[in-house]
Write a protein that binds this ligand. Structure first.
Ligand code: SF4
Ligand code: SF4
Length: 318
């Protein structure tokens, strides 16, 4: 998938089959035709192995540690990581969520140096680590949404609830609407509704009534649409995806051993980025997963053939 296709997908474009498949990938697609016996053997072998949760466990540990650091810094007044995930100071250095900061700039039409410095620092950090890495490795709402998703999947299996898909372009619409609202009325409504900020502040300063809104979002995800806030609404996620397109860290797909059964797509929060794992879709024998990927590692853990792995690109590989 070209950079521009990946970029368009962030804003809501549907993945599509590429017209330019490399000759090596074409040969591999051809060789896989009629390989059903081999596929079943690989899947049987995998089913006998124990399920791994290596990346998920590492991720949860990092996420809990970061959020705990905010809380402990406040409780013990050690000024290590002060504030919350929307705006904070780490060892005295300002950090500010880029989209939230952007809304404040639009609303107030002033440019506080600390806010701009904080936004730049966060831009550099997540630009390097892969923007949506924030979602899976730091965001407390992501963790709650993963647990809600596990419950939702059980209810779907029992046919007690049905899954509904929405259009991913809605996230772009919300991004624009919140920005327009800030620019035209001076209201930063998103900062009030943002479950990330609500949860982060609740963890540091104690619970507030705003948690009812977070509970409503989670209930909506369970009853109606899987992972809806992160997939279809969150403008922070969209901003981080756009920022992280050139990150050296990402998940790489290798076509050779893939059996195309789709376990990766079934666990992924943003399955459109794994469209290339559908039989016949990969453009090349090795491809980087697009910037909407949260680097959660669930697909890496679940892939029966090791076809998805974390990879760090070196400078000259760009
Ligand atoms: S990359 Fe996806 S479709 Fe391919 S083998 Fe791994 S889990 Fe299955
Ligand atoms: S592609 Fe893999 S690492 Fe990226 S979001 Fe999906 S499951 Fe997570």
């Amino acid at each position: 998938m070209s950079f521009w296709n990946d970029f368009a997908m962030i804003w809501g474009a549907a993945p599509h089959k590429s017209q330019t498949i490399s000759s090596a990938a074409q040969a591999m697609h051809q060789a896989k035709r009629g390989s059903g016996v081999e596929v079943r053997r690989k899947l049987r072998e995998h089913a006998e192995r124990k399920k791994k949760h290596k990346w998920r466990n590492r991720r949860w540990a990092v996420l809990i540690a970061v959020n705990l650091l905010f809380t402990l810094s406040f409780w013990f007044d050690v000024q290590l990581l002060e504030g919350s995930l929307t705006a904070s100071r780490f060892l005295g250095f300002h950090l500010a969520d880029v989209y939230s900061g952007f809304l404040i700039l639009l609303a107030d039409w002033i440019f506080p140096v600390n806010l701009v410095l904080g936004m730049t620092a966060i831009w550099l950090l997540w630009g390097l680590l892969g923007g949506r890495t924030f979602c899976a490795w730091v965001c407390p709402y992501h963790l709650l949404a993963e647990w809600a998703e596990a419950l939702q999947q059980r209810l779907v299996a029992k046919k007690w609830v049905r899954e509904h898909a929405l259009h991913r372009g809605m996230r772009t619409l919300f991004w624009i609407l919140f920005a327009l609202l800030a620019a035209l009325t001076g209201q930063t409504l998103f900062l009030t509704l943002n479950p990330v900020g609500i949860l982060s502040r609740a963890l540091v300063y104690g619970p507030t009534l705003a948690l009812v809104w977070v509970a409503f979002l989670l209930a909506f995800e369970i009853a109606y649409t899987r992972r809806s806030w992160c997939r279809y609404f969150c403008p922070m996620g969209l901003t981080y995806a756009a920022m992280g397109g050139m990150s050296p860290i990402g998940v790489e797909y290798t076509l050779e051993n893939c059996v195309h059964e789709g376990e990766c797509r079934a666990v992924c929060e943003v399955p459109h980025v794994l469209d290339l794992t559908i039989r016949g879709r990969a453009e090349d024998v090795k491809q980087r997963i697009g910037p909407d990927c949260t680097r959660c590692g669930l697909c890496v853990d679940v892939c029966p053939t090791g076809s998805l792995r974390f990879q760090v690109k070196r400078f000259w590989e760009f």
